[in-house]
Design a protein around this ligand. Structure first.
Ligand code: CP
Length: 332
């Protein structure tokens, strides 16, 4: 059976049983959906211990000494790929970045045959991004018992390490989740970032979660979240405003892509619009940003923005996840 047919038959809902071993320890990182709160807290606590101030030397460790990590990105990435590489190297791993444009994938080799080839070279951990649903789960079902798979972005379904770094960023600024109103704003329908953030926030007991989108970019129902199609009502009194990129590459109907200027006028998050949010609200964006489309550049660079902190926290979160997988589910 081809990988695309397998992917269609692989439900993203079955990730939680696949990502934990029989003792309930983290075996693969595939999704935040259904993840236990205590496990998330353990990862955030450990990630926090890896943070240093700008200008200080990064924390290093030996948890991945003798291990080999392969980055397989079948979709473009700057932040996720480089931060996984830095995280793995800071924990002592050898790191392979496979260029799939020049690899034998271009000759028709399947992703599973590519995985088996690298596994034969003693790769222990695969970090995988793909535009298809289910690729990471299929790989996790087919690797050796000692091999771990990490989801670095799965279609519009899941981006668990982004969700964790978003949780860490919010926790560092707001302390807890239960009293917070979080608005995730923009192209929610195409956003794996929104889905993982929502799953993580719900697991952490967020006070109110609003998925705020134009009607044509609103998602299907998400239990635990309100779907709001009025921008001003969605952003009102929010403590956290997470802005999403318009994922033009995921539009099935290219004619339906909104005009940039019109989108900014109607749905761009600006300093003016942020006056509706709480006075001390923070502004987040997973990157890459389209300045002047979904977010005003001066807001992205201004005092409410925590966007560069999200990037910094991404390395720490990925260190925590890699370490936990290397330690058979234990932190530290
Ligand atoms: N946020 C995020 O996933 O960014 P990249 O696509 O650059 O990895």
């Amino acid at each position: 059976m081809s990988l695309s047919k397998l992917a269609k038959e692989t439900s993203s809902a079955d990730h939680s049983e696949l990502q934990l071993d029989e003792q309930g320890r983290l075996r693969h990182l595939l999704s935040l959906r259904g993840m236990d709160r205590d496990l998330i807290v353990a990862l955030l606590d450990r990630a926090e211990s890896f943070l240093t101030q700008p200008g200080q030397r990064p924390v290093r460790g030996k948890a991945l000494d003798g291990r080999t990590v392969a980055n397989l990105f079948l979709e473009n990435s700057t932040r996720t790929r480089t931060s996984f590489e830095l995280a793995a190297k800071r924990l002592g791993a050898d790191v392979l970045n496979l260029d799939l444009n020049t690899s034998s994938a271009a000759k028709g080799e399947s992703i599973l045959d590519t995985i088996y080839t690298l596994q034969a070279m003693q790769v222990d951990m695969f970090v995988v991004r793909d535009r298809q649903v289910g690729t990471q789960a299929i790989i996790a079902r087919n690797v050796g018992a000692h091999v771990n798979v990490l989801n670095a972005g799965e279609a519009n379904v899941s981006h668990p390490t982004q969700g964790l770094l978003d949780l860490l960023t919010i926790r560092l600024h707001k302390g807890n989740f239960t009293n917070l109103t979080v608005a995730i704003v923009g192209d929610v329908a195409h956003s794996r970032v929104a889905m993982s953030a929502a799953a993580g926030l719900i697991a952490m007991g967020v006070g109110k979660l609003r998925l705020v989108a134009p009607p044509e970019l609103a998602p299907d129902a998400v239990p635990g979240a309100d779907i709001v199609t009025n921008f001003d009502a969605g952003i009102a009194d929010a403590d956290v405003v997470m802005v999403l990129r318009i994922q033009k590459e995921r539009f099935m109907d290219k004619a339906g892509i909104p005009d940039d200027a019109e989108y900014f006028r109607a749905w761009g998050v600006s300093r003016e619009r942020m006056k509706l949010a709480a006075d001390d609200a923070i502004v987040m964006h997973p990157g890459p940003m389209n300045r002047g489309v979904e977010i005003e550049g001066k807001l992205a660079d201004g005092p409410a923005s925590v966007i560069t902190e999200q990037v910094r926290n991404g390395v720490a979160v990925r260190m925590a996840v890699l370490e936990m997988l290397a330690n058979n589910g234990a932190t530290g």
